[in-house]
Design a protein around this ligand. Sequence first.
Ligand code: NA7
Length: 533
Amino acid sequence: MAMFDAIVIGAGMSGLYQLHKLRQLGLKVRVYEAGGDVGGTWYWNRYPGARFDSESWSYGYSFDDEVLKEWEWSEHFAAQPETLAYLNYVADKLKLRRDIRFDSRVTACAYDEAANEWEVTLEDGDTARCRFLITAVGPLSTPVWPTIPGIQDFKGESYHTATWPHHPVSFAGKRVAVIGTGATGVQTIQEVAKTAGTLTVFQRRPNWCAPLVNAKITAEEQAKIKASYPEIFARCRASHGCFIHDADPRRALEVSPQEREAFYEQRYAEPGFGIWMGNFRDIFVSREANDTISEFVARKIRERVKDPKIADKLIPKDHGFGTRRVPLETNYYEVYNQPNVTLVDIRETPIERITPAGIATSDTQRDFDMIIYATGFDAVLGGFNKMEITGLGGRTLKDKWAEGPRTYLGLQVEGFPNLFTLVGPHNAATFCNIPRCIEQNVEWVSDVLAHMQKQGLNRIAATRAAEDAWTEHVYETGQKLLFTQVDSWFMGINTNLPGRNKRTFLLYAAGAPAYRERCDEVAARGYEGFTFD
Ligand code: NA7
């Protein structure tokens, strides 16, 4: 059986960098990747309109000056093909592919206590062993199809956005249905509406969307970006979610209504997440403050959608602005002014079944040529749930996390020695301009391994006490936030998965700077909370 120092599961953004760092430590590494090539999220999510909501130039890796010098983003918010090309370019430049086995889905990982080794089993039955196991499976990598009866009966084309085919798909002249209006649905809808014969959107709950304000990067801007990478990354490091936008120090309720209105107008007109991440601090904790921005955005929706009844359906009533993921959009609301676009509110007229010809709701049957499912993921936990991960004493991770995840720093789990969970639950990376947090995760794990190498240590395990304290801290930091009072994937809710209707908490809410500080403190204290052998 093949033996490695480390096995990394996944060749997306985190797996690629982890491989690079482990090679620098001189370790023998193997990466297993379920997809046919590198890219993770950007390999799978090829749906029409898929693109960044982070500024492109804040998203790339920051660790390699040559990469920063050579690579040129064409747009402030690049589309999926460009991001995938970028990750291919990095993989080639760093010669990463030779240690990656593609089309290799890991189905099981079992810790062998006597040997202090992990045994990894692939879908094809092949096995390999390693000392350190690092999951780089991504927070949004397990697509979920809705549990609507009759899905298999549909005779037309059916696609899930997250497993979009590699061949071109035409919408021209077709009757297209989209189910789901999250960040993915919004991007899909605004793109499909450009060419579809008819487009029917099946919306369960609307989200608060805000303008992306994308543009091509001019030559002048390109030069400026390249000259200011250190400042860009420093700004990201200092902000709560590692975006270039950070909360305004003022409170919505302490400024005058005029000042507030002017500020909201300005943020609404600006590119990116400024209106979410760069808003007044109190909109995330005070309902009254949140009402001011929610009312502002509702007004914008009413201004942009001609039919007041449709506008009303597009305005969320069950949660305030920014308490779920804010989809960024380009003419999304104007799509509903097109004569060929219909919005079906499925809380009023629920979908009863998918039929061979289309979709039957409680009031009517509509026929389609294509149904697109933009119904999301088994967020954060999905990548782990898909594998049988067995730790000390034969205990599985699924069993351990049955009531919600428990981790230490979102990077290790008690009872699962030598297992590191990049971008795992309760890790700041789950709510982050993700490459920034990925780099922190990967570098922290690489430092631990370097420390162990130096000290001749072979086994690292999180203590129960450290895990309990971290888990408690994670829940505490979430407590005051309005978004923990709302059903969303942040809270582990997924109506399409059994037993997932109870809120837990999957993120880390105190922000990336606080998280980084905690991780650094733990390291500085000789990896407090871990035991070594
Ligand atoms: P999301 O944000 O989980 O959105 C999924 C959407 O699909 C959402 O509108 C759901 O409505 C809807 N949905 C899910 N199941 C059903 C069923 N059974 N019937 C009708 N509608 C359904 O996933 P996305 O892919 O958009 O985005 C995930 C993240 O990826 C995003 O935050 C970005 O960071 C990238 P609901 O709101 O649950 O009523």
